[in-house]
Design a protein around this ligand. Structure first.
Ligand SMILES: [Zn+2]
Length: 448
C-alpha cells in the first residue's frame, strides 16, 4: 500500500498545524490550526467574518491547497487537543471536506463552540467523540487509534493510523507526565506495544517545541507544588492577590482554586476565555469546582464582581484572570491600565502561572503589562509553570519506545528542528534518508 504524508502547516513555525496522511485510498487529516500571532499583529481583525483564502494569505491558517495533489478521500479530520494552533482553522477549512471531525470529548466540545461562533461558513461536518484507548475503522484496511497523552490541556491524545505497512504515529503535542493533576498518566505502555506489534511504526511525526532543552519536562504536579509554595508564602498578606494562567489549562486553574481556598480567600474566575474553558470542563465533569465558584466572562458582570470585591475587601478574594501574555484586551492588562474597578495598592501580589511564549509580540505585550502593574505598586511572581512539551530526554524515550522507521520533526521552525535532528542522528537516523526535515506544503512518500 502507498503511504504518503502531506506536511501542510506548522513545519516552519509553531502554529497553524495541519498534516494529512494517505494510506491507499484513505486520507486522514491531523489538526487544522490557527497561527494566532499572524492575526493579532493586525489591529481589529475579526477572523469570524474572514474568508479562508484571505486567512491563508495572512499565514494565519494552513494552506491546504496541496490537498488537491493527494489522491484518495478524506475519511476523518482529527484534532489532537483543544489548543487553537490545532483546532483554530476547523471553522474555516473543514467544510471543504466530506468527512467527520473525530476527537476526544473535551476537544469536540471546544470545536463545537468554535463552529458556532463562525460567521462566514456553515460547518456541518459530523462531530464524533472518541476517547483515548478507542479505535475506529478508516476505509477497509486502516484503523485509527487514540493513545492517551499528557499536555497543558486536558483530554489530549496522540492519534495513530494503523496501516498494512505499519503505524503512523502523530505525536503533537505532549509531555511525559506520570503524575498529572487531572486525568490519566501518558500511556507509554501502549506506545511501546505499538512499536513492537505487527509491522511496527512506519513513521513518527514529533512535536519539537522544546527539543532544544536538556533533560526532562517536569510533571504538572511540580508546577502545583511550586504554586502552593508561592501561595502559602503570602498567606498572611492582607491586601490584593491576583493570579493569571492559560484559561485552557484546567489542571492549573484547579490548583489555583484549591490553594485560594487553603489560604482563606474566595477564588473567582474572570474573563471571557476563563469562563469558557472552565465552564466547559466542569459541565463535562473533568473537574469538580466548589459550587459557589464564580465565573464571569462578560465585561459588565466582571466589573460588577470587581466592585463587589472592592466593597467587601480585596483581602477576602483571589481573582484568577485572563492576560498571562499581556494580551491588550485581557483582564489583567485592563487592571494594569487602571480600567477596572479593582484598585491595586503598593505591595499587592500578581502571580503569573505561565511563561511568556517566546515570540516578539508576546514578549513586548507582557513587558508592557508587567510595567503597568508595577507602576501601581504590584509585586510580580513570574514563571510558576512547567511546559506542556517534551524536552530532549522525552524525545529520546519516545524514539526508543516506538522505534519508528521514519521520523518527521514538526511544530517548530527550521532552527528549532536542529536540536531534534542532532538527537535523532545520534540515535542512528540520517537526515535525507529516514529523518525527513521538511517545510509547509510538501509531500513525503514513505512506501510505494
Ligand atoms: Zn498544544
Amino acid at each position: 500500500m502507498e503511504v504518503e504524508i502531506a506536511t501542510i502547516g506548522g513545519y516552519e513555525a509553531v502554529g497553524r498545524q495541519m498534516t494529512a496522511v494517505r494510506a491507499g485510498d484513505d486520507v486522514v487529516i491531523f489538526d487544522m490550526g490557527l497561527n494566532l500571532s499572524k492575526v493579532l499583529i493586525h489591529d481589529n481583525v475579526e477572523t469570524e467574518r474572514m474568508h479562508s483564502l484571505d486567512l491563508i494569505d495572512m499565514g494565519a491558517i494552513p494552506d491546504d491547497r496541496v490537498m488537491s495533489d493527494l489522491e484518495g478521500d478524506v475519511k476523518a479530520i482529527v484534532p489532537t487537543h483543544g489548543h487553537l494552533d490545532h483546532i483554530g482553522a476547523i471553522s474555516k477549512l473543514a467544510h471543504r471536506y466530506d468527512a467527520p471531525i473525530v476527537a476526544s470529548p473535551f476537544t469536540i466540545e471546544l470545536v463545537k463552540q468554535q463552529i458556532k461562533s463562525e460567521e462566514k461558513f456553515g460547518v456541518q461536518n459530523d462531530l464524533v467523540k472518541m476517547s483515548a484507548g478507542e479505535t475506529m475503522s478508516i476505509g477497509e484496511r486502516n484503523e485509527l487509534e487514540f493513545v492517551n497523552v499528557t499536555h497543558s490541556i486536558i483530554d489530549a491524545i496522540n492519534p495513530v493510523l494503523h496501516t498494512p505497512e505499519g503505524a503512523v504515529v502523530y505525536g503533537l503535542d505532549k509531555r511525559m507526565d506520570h503524575t498529572p493533576v487531572i486525568g490519566d498518566p501518558i500511556d507509554m505502555k501502549r506506545f511501546r506495544e505499538i512499536g513492537r506489534e505487527g509491522e511496527g511504526v512506519l513513521c513518527y511525526i514529533e512535536d519539537c517545541t522544546n527539543a532544544g532543552k536538556k533533560g526532562r519536562t517536569p510533571s504538572e504536579s511540580v508546577a502545583r507544588r511550586h504554586l502552593k509554595d508561592v501561595m502559602t508564602s503570602i498567606e498572611d498578606y492582607d491586601g490584593g492577590i491576583v493570579a493569571t494562567t492559560f484559561s485552557s489549562h484546567i489542571a492549573r486553574v484547579k490548583s489555583l482554586v484549591e490553594f485560594a481556598d487553603d489560604i482563606g480567600r474566595q477564588p473567582v474566575l474572570l474573563g471571557r476565555s476563563m469562563e469558557k474553558y472552565s465552564g466547559t470542563a466542569e459541565r463535562l465533569d473533568f473537574v469538580d469546582f466548589p459550587e459557589d465558584l464564580g465565573m464571569y466572562g462578560h465585561r459588565k458582570s466582571v466589573d460588577r464582581t470587581f466592585k463587589r470585591i472592592m466593597n467587601e475587601g480585596k483581602e477576602n478574594f483571589f481573582p484568577i484572570v485572563t492576560g498571562h501574555q499581556g494580551e491588550p484586551r485581557a483582564m489583567l492588562t485592563r487592571m494594569g491600565r487602571g480600567e477596572t474597578p479593582y484598585e491595586l495598592d503598593d505591595g499587592d501580589k500578581v502571580l503569573f502561572s505561565a511563561r511568556v511564549i517566546p515570540e516578539p509580540t508576546n514578549e513586548g505585550q507582557r513587558y508592557q503589562s508587567e510595567k503597568l502593574l508595577g507602576m501601581q505598586g504590584a509585586r510580580i511572581y513570574d514563571d510558576i509553570h512547567v511546559s506542556g512539551h517534551l524536552r530532549s530526554e522525552g524525545h529520546y524515550e519516545m524514539l526508543d519506545a516506538l522505534q519508528p522507521k521514519n521520523v518527521i520533526p514538526a511544530h517548530q521552525s527550521l532552527e528549532g528542528f536542529a536540536p531534534y535532528v542532532d538527537l535523532a542522528e545520534d540515535m542512528g537516523y540520517k537526515a535525507g534518508r529516514d529523518l525527513h526535515i521538511t517545510r509547509n506544503g510538501n509531500m513525503i512518500q514513505l512506501t510505494e
